[in-house]
Design a protein around this ligand. Structure first.
Ligand code: HEM
Length: 510
């Protein structure tokens, strides 16, 4: 019975949305950007791909051009497909194109509103962004390097012991680095409650954040449907997820505060901000909340992103062995197998730097970035872009544009960065756009350098092998949705030599 009412409600909302939308006034002489033909009431909602979105977006870009307009029920969405237009909108008109649209599922039901990534553009967001920038800008991220080195060595030892568990090792170590940097907390070897809460929150985020997943995002009134009504499973799901999301933000912060009171806290993002608070004369009353929220989003944004990018790197090495051989030659030439790589070696390792760039480009973790939104009406040439439009920067298209990255952009070719004029993927969409560009990118790039160089120095990575050592075909798929990364795949990670094995084991004594 109630599910019938839900259907009636949704249908009524579709009709109202349609009528309102058709009555909207587009200024004379202007039109909405071109896009695929729309259906009555639902617009393009049924055309939105559920898998490998970047392929459909690419097809639309070829057909309709730099800006493609789609309508998701009642929501205006544009997809920006060229670097020129990305620069025009996200950079030159950043005061209009830096907002986010409020997802009812993420904000009202799952409680992600505390997270900077989902906040509307304005003073509250700016205060969070400033708190993060102070500790993560390019000039200060070196402070994390000792911890990144220590934990990468730990990763090498774990990989040596049980290489088949490489995803868990990478996940554990990324969590350990970010917990130490953010909260000064050393995570537990097994079943760490903070990492479990983060893992559950991020999985649910991955599920809920892909546009069009939950109808309640298009019809916010659906949030008032009681939980027990058939068809309202999104609410039960959301409420369950909300607990993990809140635990992730609350528990580690409170633990660090408690440790500070006992004089036992290690230096970290939270302690240094809270200590500064005590020395400042005029501080807004809610600044502690800003610090807590920012720590929470560093924790959320800083672990899974580097984990999945590292797994993409492993896949690339298994698929492109000639790249691996060249990188190992560069490392061997510099280090002679006498010591493990250090951050100070980075300027002497241009091929490793090129691999890092190619990992970010070849299969970007966020192929559609994180959608921005417009905070005012805008006009681009003859196109009208209404206020509140969801704006997707098509990172995949930018990062696969042969004009910027040379030929064969679906292949993993680090050499492309030695050609004149080739762009840096970090500044071409891999970390997003404009004022919202990823504030953790410098820490992430350092972390990737250390992992890539260390793993290639001591391990050979290949497809899976049978008992006789024969290499078997490598089977892999990339996930679709908000994040895209390789689904679990089997591979072989073996020490390159006895000397490499010893180097790894000796690192435990450092
Ligand atoms: C390889 C690793 C990473 C990738 C590929 C990545 C990618 C991105 C992308 C595409 C965005 C959206 C930017 C936009 O809206 O245009 C973003 C935002 C963000 N990232 Fe990262 N990121 C990575 C690592 C990190 C790390 C290590 C941290 C924390 C230390 C972090 C914290 C954040 C935060 C807080 C935002 C939200 C910024 C805002 O809305 O103002 N990310 N990231």
């Amino acid at each position: 019975m109630f599910s019938i009412w839900i259907q009636v409600g949704v249908s009524a909302a579709l009709i109202v949305a349609f009528l309102v939308h058709s009555r909207r006034r587009i200024p004379r002489g202007l039109r909405l950007p071109p896009g695929p033909p729309q259906r009555l009431f639902v617009g393009n909602a049924w055309d939105m791909p559920k898998e490998r979105e970047w392929e459909t977006f690419g097809k639309w870009a070829k057909e309709y051009g730099e800006i493609v307009y789609v309508k998701m029920y009642n929501a205006d969405v544009i997809i920006v497909n060229s670097r020129r237009m990305v620069y025009e909108l996200f950079d030159k008109r950043s005061s209009i194109y830096s907002d986010r649209s409020e997802s009812t599922m993420l904000i009202n039901i799952m409680g992600w509103g505390w997270g900077m990534t989902f906040q509307r553009y304005g003073e509250w967001w700016r205060r969070h962004r400033r708190a993060m920038h102070e500790k993560f800008h390019n000039g200060v991220v070196d402070t994390f390097k000792p911890s990144q080195t220590k934990h990468t060595r730990d990763l090498l030892r774990r990989l040596l012991a049980t290489p088949e568990d490489y995803p868990e090792h990478i996940r554990f170590v990324a969590g350990a680095v970010i917990m130490e940097a953010t909260y000064g907390i050393q995570v537990k070897e097994r079943d760490d409650p903070y990492l479990i809460a983060a893992d559950k929150s991020l999985r649910s985020l991955g599920e809920a954040a892909a546009p069009g997943t939950f109808l309640v995002d298009n019809f916010p009134w659906m949030k008032y449907i009681p939980d027990w009504v058939p068809g309202a499973t999104f609410k039960q799901k959301g409420r369950e997820w909300a607990k993990h999301v809140s635990d992730m933000n609350e528990f580690p912060f409170q633990a660090t505060k408690a440790a500070m009171l006992q004089g036992k806290a290690d230096d970290c993002f939270v302690t240094s901000h809270l200590e500064e608070l005590d020395t400042l004369k005029e501080v807004p009353a809610d600044q502690e909340i800003v610090i807590k929220n920012t720590a929470g989003i560093v924790f959320a944004g800083g672990s899974d992103t580097t984990v999945n990018t590292t797994i993409t790197f492993i896949l690339a090495m298994a698929l492109f062995p000639e790249v691996q051989r060249k990188a190992q030659a560069e490392l061997d030439h510099l280090l002679g197998g006498i010591r493990l790589v250090e951050f100070e070696d980075e300027p002497e390792l241009p091929y490793i730097a090129a691999i890092r760039k190619e990992v970010l480009r070849w299969h970007p973790l966020l192929p559609q970035g994180v959608a921005h939104a417009t905070s005012e009406d805008d006009v681009v040439g003859e196109y009208f872009i209404p206020k509140g439009t969801v704006v997707i920067g098509n990172s995949w298209a930018l990062l696969h544009d042969e004009a910027d990255f040379g030929p064969d952009t679906n292949k993993f070719i680090p050499e492309r960065y030695f050609m004149p004029g080739v762009r840096d993927p970090a500044l071409t969409g891999a970390f997003g756009f404009g004022r919202r560009i990823c504030p953790g990118s410098h820490m992430a790039e350092n972390s990737l350098f250390m992992k890539i160089a260390s793993m290639l120095q001591v391990f050979d990575i290949s497809g899976p092998r049978d008992a006789t050592g024969r290499e078997l075909p490598l089977e892999y798929t990339f996930s679709s949705g908000f994040f895209s990364f390789p689904d679990n795949f089997k591979c072989s990670i073996t020490p390159r030599s006895q000397a490499a094995r010893e180097l790894i084991l000796q690192s435990a004594a450092e």
